[in-house]
Design a protein around this ligand. Structure first.
Ligand code: CP
Length: 349
């Protein structure tokens, strides 16, 4: 779309047309019997239904021209997002903040709990902290090193909690971004084989496994034995109907993949507040590494995703291949958060 089209699209969006679209969407949603996102916590993708994924993708498509045009709208001009980050983040926090700015909203919060009473002598509890934060904004996006911390926050908060990653638990907004990227790049999540390479104890892998239960898609697990998914998690996937299988080496699986979903094998401990890199850094074994050589066996139509940051599981030499889509994925991270925040804050139903 050329710049003029983006401007027109933005102006359309900002006009009364928006209200008509909102009414039409609400009607569609009512007819589909879908749960409202307004005021809802986004803690996990475990219970997300197919039509809810599609509804978020639709809202993201409508908002995308604003981000692409580097414009700001006034959709959330009356709203404040609180960012409560107990663990380092580049993308998740800043994409939520950028999304809020693009929607004309406001942001406050912290990126380092050590500078709050939760991280000093007082070790203020999540309950007490959330009882404060709920007066400071209209939704809270929380990242925490303890699995289940956002769920604990949601018990005490009168405003929605968005899980920005909890320990080894889940990372729902990342996987919404990833599936939205697949939808944009490949047209549909259905019918796709996801080769998910990396540490399968990771929160992204959990959210992906749950999410794929709602699509006619394959979840192919490639992971070192000591980073394998738990039996409990695989039993949950069976229960939900996720179509999963395990492979042992990237060379045996790359040719069948539509989505090459890469995460680190060598990485930080997600259950700690902060994990500095030591003197010695392990190397990713070749069985779990994406290189230009490995990509020679991949489909030309496949796409490579990585939530980032990366270590040596995805070499920079791959960045120039036509299959690389992780920068588009990062851009979509802003668009997806625009959709999700505006839904949760009630701008759309
Ligand atoms: N993808 C992701 O969660 O990145 P950050 O840790 O930088 O937020």
């Amino acid at each position: 779309m050329v710049v003029g089209d983006v401007t027109r699209c933005y102006e359309d969006f900002a006009s009364a047309t928006h209200n008509q679209e909102k009414r039409a969407l609400n009607k569609t949603q009512e007819e589909a019997g879908m749960r409202s996102f307004a005021g809802r916590d986004i803690l996990s993708l475990k219970d997300f239904e197919h039509n809810e994924f599609m509804h978020i993708f639709e809202i993201a498509d409508r908002l995308e021209p604003i981000a692409r045009g580097r414009r700001n709208s006034d959709l959330l001009k009356e709203k404040i997002l609180v960012t409560a980050f107990y663990q380092p983040s580049t993308r998740t926090r800043l994409a939520h903040e950028a999304a809020m700015h693009r929607l004309g909203g406001h942001v406050n919060g912290f990126a380092d709990a050590k500078m709050t009473r939760a991280g000093d002598f007082y070790q203020e509890s999540i309950k007490d902290t959330v009882h404060m934060l709920e007066f400071y904004g209209d939704a809270i996006v929380m990242r925490h090193f303890q699995q289940g911390a956002p769920q604990e926050a949601a018990k005490w908060s009168s405003i929605p909690i968005i899980n920005g990653g909890d320990g080894w638990g889940e990372h729902p907004t990342q996987v919404l971004t990833d599936l939205y990227t697949v939808q944009r790049e490949l047209g549909d999540v259905n019918g796709k084989s996801f080769l998910a390479i990396g540490d399968h104890r990771m929160r992204t892998m959990h959210s992906l496994g749950y999410a794929l239960s709602q699509f006619d898609a394959e979840f192919v697990i490639l992971t070192p034995p000591d980073e394998a998914p738990t039996e409990e998690f695989l039993a949950e996937l069976d229960d939900k109907g996720t179509n999963w299988r395990v492979v042992d080496h990237v060379k045996d699986a790359i040719a069948d993949a539509d989505v090459i979903y890469v995460e680190p094998v060598v990485q930080a401990n997600y259950a700690t507040g902060r994990d500095e890199r030591g003197e010695e850094v392990a190397r990713t074994p070749s069985a779990y590494q994406i290189t230009r050589e490995v990509m020679k066996k991949a489909k030309g139509s496949a796409i490579i995703l990585h939530s980032l940051p990366r270590m040596d599981e995805l070499l920079p030499e791959v960045d120039k291949l036509r299959q690389a889509r992780y920068w588009e994925e990062a851009y979509n991270g802003v668009v997806m958060r625009m959709a999700l925040i505006s839904l949760v804050m009630g701008a759309w139903q």
